[in-house]
Design a protein around this ligand. Structure first.
Ligand SMILES: Nc1nc2c(ncn2[C@@H]2O[C@H](COP(=O)(O)OP(=O)(O)OP(=O)(O)O)[C@@H](O)[C@H]2O)c(=O)[nH]1
Ligand SMILES: [Mg+2]
Length: 455
């Protein structure tokens, strides 16, 4: 990015705060800073602004008039986030002040930054690879403890390292193959080809592990979908409200109250749970209620877990049993929750003592239910090895796996080594694309368009 002009953006969130930060990046920022900032005499010390030090002074409008008293820190190229000169102006966190500073910077020759443009420059200047650039957005957007941890692993380069290991195994195989292709007269040991095959199998297994971890990663990032399901009037909406501590869904003694799906979130066991309340299921319905029931079944089938709520104060209803049979048949993971226990427990399912007993009305038993749910999180999390991939990364890795499998197949069936080498070469190209060595415009667009301005 030779002729990249200086860019400027507000880097703190919209609204008021104790401080607000305006950030600039450019190849040389001296001329912009001269017009934007006048250090206090004492802070100038006769030696000008120093690299990586805070300086107190007046933030100027570009014509020498003060907008605010604030602080400036200057990070000289190349040791900065973007690899260019980076300057941060820390002002009072009033949106008027901050936008006046941005205007002043623009008058002094900078231009307004687009979404993710600082990180894009960091990427182009080799400060981060594309996987890490994507991770920056994930770190900012993570909304649970586990999502944040996973995003930080990406930013620290754990996924990049794994991809590089795969890349390395393929390159090693390729260079072996090329040697054989170019010097066929040198007797090649059969053992050599066996080693190539081992490397490729290792690469394929590693790729598969990453691809398979995607669904866990998506759950860690987006939250678990937990459907609250059951007959009408058993207290599903009451349970949604009680669990999440918000009055999100309407509650009434009238069966058939809820029709649409209502979502409310809560972090449990470090993971976001997206509780979904829905219409109660019963036979003989028509119209909007029947539509609501169809929606509910759909949601249950795509949920990670279902809470099958029953009214424990009454004998079991044939409809409860019917719903449970259907859940069993469809292979959905579910947990029976006995509600309305404050009215006494009559329900046959309570006899084995295995199911959580709650009263959504009084709030009793909810801690126990939350502990059960939090314990389940470990099952969904996928453990240490799971990498928080974006879908486009997963898709590209699938094509790496495809090329590797084809290459291995060709090697085993004794096809020409050129054919094998071709597959391996394709696989390395795709891996380069993921890491950004050979990034396509559409991939860059995907990564950086999800950023906020100022990052
Ligand atoms: N005693 C008692 N009443 C409850 C409890 N939970 C819910 N209720 C009452 O049961 C009635 C139905 O509650 P809702 O939460 O609307 O039930 P629902 O399952 O969402 O019903 P639909 O939306 O019609 O399917 C309301 O009158 C609630 O106050 C509970 O734990 N104990
Ligand atoms: Mg309801």
């Amino acid at each position: 990015m030779d002729e990249s002009p200086a860019i400027v953006a507000i880097s703190t969130p919209p609204g008021r705060g104790a401080i607000g930060i305006v950030r600039l990046s450019g190849l040389k920022l001296d001329h912009v800073v001269d017009r934007l900032f006048r250090p206090r005499q004492s802070s100038r010390g006769g030696r000008g602004l120093k690299d990586r030090r805070f300086h107190v002074g007046e933030v100027l409008d570009g014509n020498g008039v003060s907008i605010d008293t604030g602080m400036l820190v200057w990070m000289c190229a190349p040791h900065s986030y973007t690899g260019e000169d980076v300057v941060e102006l820390h002002c009072h966190g009033n949106p008027r002040i901050l936008s006046a500073v941005v205007d002043a910077a623009i008058r002094a020759g900078a231009r307004a930054a687009g979404p993710g443009e600082f990180t894009k420059r960091a990427f182009f200047n080799g400060k981060l690879d594309l996987v890490q650039a994507e991770a920056v957005a994930q770190v900012i957007n993570a909304d649970s403890e586990r999502a944040l941890l996973a995003a930080r692993k990406l930013l620290a380069g754990e996924l990049s390292e794994r991809l590089e290991t795969i890349h390395e195994l393929i390159l090693r195989s390729l260079s072996h193959l090329e040697a054989v292709i170019n010097f066929p007269e040198d007797e090649v040991e059969v053992a050599d080809m066996a080693r190539v095959s081992e490397w490729l199998q290792d690469a394929l297994a590693r790729t598969h592990r990453l691809v398979e971890g995607y669904s866990c990663a998506a759950r860690v990032r987006d939250g678990l979908r937990v459907a609250i399901f059951g007959r009408p009037n058993v207290g599903k909406s009451s349970l949604l409200n009680a669990l999440t501590g918000r009055r999100r869904a309407l509650v009434s003694p009238e069966p058939g109250t809820t029709r649409d799906i209502v979502e409310s979130r809560l972090e449990l066991g470090g993971m976001t749970m997206r509780f979904l309340d829905m219409a109660g299921v019963r036979g003989g319905t028509a119209g909007v209620e029947a539509e609501g029931i169809a929606l509910a079944w759909q949601a249950v089938k795509s949920a990670d877990l279902t809470l099958l709520v029953v009214d424990a104060s009454a004998r079991l209803d044939a409809e409860d049993a019917g719903i449970r049979t259907e859940l069993d048949a469809s292979g959905c993971a579910y947990l029976v929750v006995l509600n309305k226990c404050d009215l006494g427990v009559q329900c046959e399912w309570a006899e084995d003592g295995a199911h959580p007993r709650v009263s959504a009305l009084l709030g009793t038993g909810l801690d126990g239910l939350k502990r059960r749910l939090a314990a389940l999180v470990e099952e969904w999390d996928g453990g240490e090895g799971v990498m928080l991939m974006a879908q486009w990364q997963r898709d590209l890795l699938e094509s790496v796996a495809g090329e590797l499998a084809e290459g291995l197949q060709a090697l085993r069936s004794g096809l020409s080594l050129d054919a094998v080498a071709f597959n391996l070469f394709e696989a390395t190209k795709v891996l380069d694309g993921i890491l950004g060595g050979d990034a396509r415009e559409d991939v860059l667009e995907k990564v950086f368009s999800s950023f906020c301005i100022g990052k």
